[in-house]
Design a protein. Structure first.
Length: 396
């Protein structure tokens, strides 16, 4: 009997884009006793399990047949209405028809990328930037180009130069409490970015999973709310950080033509997001004060951020530097010259503590001295112990 022929090769994009190093690090830290500053995970003890359970009970009691049936691609009308109302309350007038419900905001990014990006198109990103966005653009075959940034984020003058030279299709940014750096783009720079996009012709993707997690300072309007950005911004939002990530509920607010095209892409991906989860979320939001719940989260996370910041001076090697984010989930640090965060991670894990090296978040040449520290998952007391372990690991 002749030998079987090998099946055709994988698509090039399937082999050219690697897995997430962050996910691999999380797998290493799952053993009991490890204090991990690695994952950007919400604190499970802050999930409103009682309220969410009641919401699911109500979804089945009031709308059982509908909850278990196929639904429209755009999403449950009551959930779209709630998302629109919350966006309007935050200063961006939004109608329910402006909203597409997605399976997490990561799917919204994938849909917009599928809608806009052809292989070889230039996509601009902050440097460093959200790792899964780099994976998404890589799978689409984009040529990813980093916009020069400083401690406040995108430098508008550098952005304009890049747009004129590279003729990119879009700019992707996380302007509020960015992942991985925790920095927030100031209002004046947002206005300049919006003006550049409008004048030179550029799509904007504004990813905002952390915007409601502010612990100090004044709110900064969405990039999408600035003149020049209104007709060209895809705003991505999520319930993962303020309700529960396991719901996998996100949303997309975009101009009509772009939103319709994204809906077609979603039909090809999954037809629609889980009906029962959407209806339960809508029931939860109707029966509970989400803003009060977010305030509770802010109080807890603010104390955890402060505990981390208070101990970094002793935990990190002399000469290290770090920022003070006004919100979000991350602190960004840089070690002294000559140290490599990836190499030091092995020592940290041996001491039952973990962080994420900054190198994977970069486009092009990485800064190997950088690292990301998440403060949301552990209590202040656990954070203090984790910092003591980190100090011992770096001393070793």
């Amino acid at each position: 009997m002749p030998a079987a022929a090998q099946p055709p090769a994988f698509a090039a994009r399937a082999t050219s884009v690697g897995g997430s190093p962050v996910r691999e690090i999380l797998a290493l830290t799952e053993r009991p006793g490890v204090i991990s500053f690695a994952g950007g995970l919400p604190a499970p003890e802050l999930f409103d399990t009682t309220g969410l359970r009641a919401a699911y009970d109500a979804a089945f009691a009031d709308s059982g047949a509908r909850a278990l049936q196929y639904s429209t691609t755009e999403g449950a009308p009551e959930l779209r209405a709630t998302v629109a109302a919350r966006a309007s309350a935050r200063g961006l007038a939004t109608d329910p028809d402006d909203v597409l419900i997605t399976t997490g905001s990561q799917q919204a990014l994938t849909l917009i990328t599928a809608t806009l990006v052809e292989p070889g198109d230039v996509v601009l990103v902050e440097n460093p930037t959200y790792l899964a966005a780099l994976q998404c653009f890589g799978l689409a075959g984009a040529r990813v180009v980093a916009v020069p940034c400083d401690e406040d984020g995108i430098i508008p003058e550098a952005l304009e130069e890049l747009v004129l030279r590279e003729r990119p299709k879009l700019l992707y940014s996380v302007p509020t409490f960015q992942n991985p750096t925790g920095r927030t783009l100031p209002a004046a720079r947002r206005a300049a970015v919006a003006e550049t996009a409008g004048r030179l012709g550029l799509w904007l993707i504004e990813d905002d999973p952390y915007g409601e997690l502010r612990y100090e300072g004044a709110e900064v309007p969405w990039l999408a709310a600035h003149p020049g950005a209104e007709d060209r911004t895809a705003l991505l939002g999520s319930f993962s950080k303020i309700m529960a990530p396991g719901l996998r509920l996100g949303w997309l607010r975009a101009p009509a033509a772009l939103r319709r095209a994204a809906a077609v892409a979603k039909q090809a991906a999954d037809l629609h997001t889980s009906t029962v989860d959407q209806i339960a979320a809508a029931r939860y939001l109707a029966a509970n004060d989400l803003d009060a719940h977010v305030a509770k989260i802010r109080t807890a996370y603010g104390a955890r951020r402060d505990a981390l910041l208070a101990g970094l001076g002793d935990a990190l090697p002399a000469g290290s530097r770090w920022n003070r984010p006004e919100g979000g989930m991350f602190v960004w640090a840089r070690l002294p010259e000559g140290l490599d965060a990836t190499a030091l991670l092995k020592q940290a894990i041996a001491h039952d503590v973990a962080f994420v090296p900054g190198a994977p978040f970069y486009t092009g040449e990485p800064d190997t001295r950088t690292l990301r520290l998440s403060f949301t998952t552990h209590t202040p007391e656990e954070i203090k112990e984790g910092l003591r372990r980190l100090e011992r690991a770096f001393s070793a």
